[in-house]
Design a binder for this molecule. Structure first.
Ligand SMILES: NC(=O)c1ccc[n+]([C@@H]2O[C@H](COP(=O)([O-])OP(=O)(O)OC[C@H]3O[C@@H](n4cnc5c(N)ncnc54)[C@H](O)[C@@H]3O)[C@@H](O)[C@H]2O)c1
Ligand SMILES: Nc1nc(=O)c(N)c(NC[C@H](O)[C@H](O)[C@H](O)COP(=O)(O)O)[nH]1
Length: 255
């Protein structure tokens, strides 16, 4: 299942303080805990803070070394979470391809999709069939009738109450609580822009670690930005390290 390089012992020492406390965790028992999972926010951006060239497109920013970092982090989390915008734009695999990762090491893919927009024939589902990843959980708003077709086969639909403003919105605490109740003790939130920006602007308290890859390029004005609607106090506990051509910054958000 490996497609990535192994990280050096220095890389692992650098990352150590920011990964979930008890390392790989795979006992995904229902009702396991009411405690919120250890939550990491991680993404890659350009020097102008952009995460993809245009809305709805997939843009590779991480080089091979920082891609390995992402897969190492996936190995150390119980779940990976993305918004449906990312699931549709990127058609991601959402599995762990770090050297030595087996099926029992795979994180649970979680797609936040209040209106059940995501199709079920994507890459993440193909990999389930090939034994290279776990069935994704799709978080859908309660009573959304489009969800009916999603549950069959290799996808599990979880329903959650959504606040209805312009668009349905889950409280992030409820999202994390529902994952904890299903035995998830650590979750790596990978994006996309609306997820990152919402969490940074409004839900800093829920984030335990931030790991951002900065690629030495500029995507320009039309690109999608990781930029919260309001300013966020500087991170604490900050460390930087170079992974190939990319810089990786790790830190915590002041509570
Ligand atoms: N460089 C990176 O690290 C990286 C990572 C992930 C995604 N991306 C890019 O980001 C772009 C996608 O970003 P985006 O903002 O369009 O989509 P997104 O992935 O943030 O998904 C947005 C959708 O998710 C749902 N959602 C998000 N938060 C919710 C909440 N609290 N409650 C209910 N529903 C919620 C809503 O349906 C919303 O429309 C793509 O171009 C993708 O390639 C880049
Ligand atoms: N670390 C990182 N570097 C990037 O250059 C990039 N584009 C993403 N994007 C994150 C997003 O979640 C993507 O959808 C998955 O990185 C794709 O995941 P797969 O490799 O298909 O499993 N993440």
């Amino acid at each position: 299942m490996s497609e990535t390089l192994s990280l050096s012992s220095e890389d692992l020492a650098f990352l150590g303080p920011y990964i979930p406390p008890s390392g790989p965790q795979h006992s995904q028992e229902p009702n396991a805990s009411s405690k919120l999972p250890f939550t990491s926010l991680t993404y890659a951006c350009s020097l102008d803070g952009r995460i993809s060239l245009a809305p709805g497109t997939r843009t590779a920013l991480s080089g091979p070394e920082s891609k390995s970092l992402t897969h190492y982090l996936r190995l150390h989390h119980d779940a990976i979470l993305v918004g449906v915008g990312t699931a549709i734009a990127d058609n991601p695999s959402l599995n762990c391809r770090y050297p030595g990762a087996a099926l029992e090491d795979q994180p649970r893919p979680v797609i936040v999709d209040p209106r059940a927009r995501w199709g079920r024939d994507g890459e993440v589902v193909r990999l389930v069939g090939e034994g290279k990843g776990l069935e994704p959980w799709v978080l859908v708003g309660k009573g959304v009738k489009e969800a009916a077709g999603l549950g069959s086969g290799r996808v599990e639909v979880l329903t959650l109450d959504a606040a209805m403003a312009e668009s349905p919105h889950f409280a992030w605490r409820d999202v994390l609580k529902s994952l904890a109740m299903r035995g998830i003790r650590s979750v790596m939130i990978e994006g996309g822009a609306s997820v990152i920006n919402d969490l940074l602007a409004n839900e800093r308290d829920l984030i335990d670690a931030v790991i951002v890859t900065v690629a030495p390029t500029w995507l320009g004005e039309g690109a999608v930005a990781a930029s919260p609607a309001k300013s966020v106090a500087a991170m604490t506990d900050v460390k930087w390290r170079q992974f190939g051509a990319d810089a990786v910054v790790c830190g915590r958000l002041p509570k």
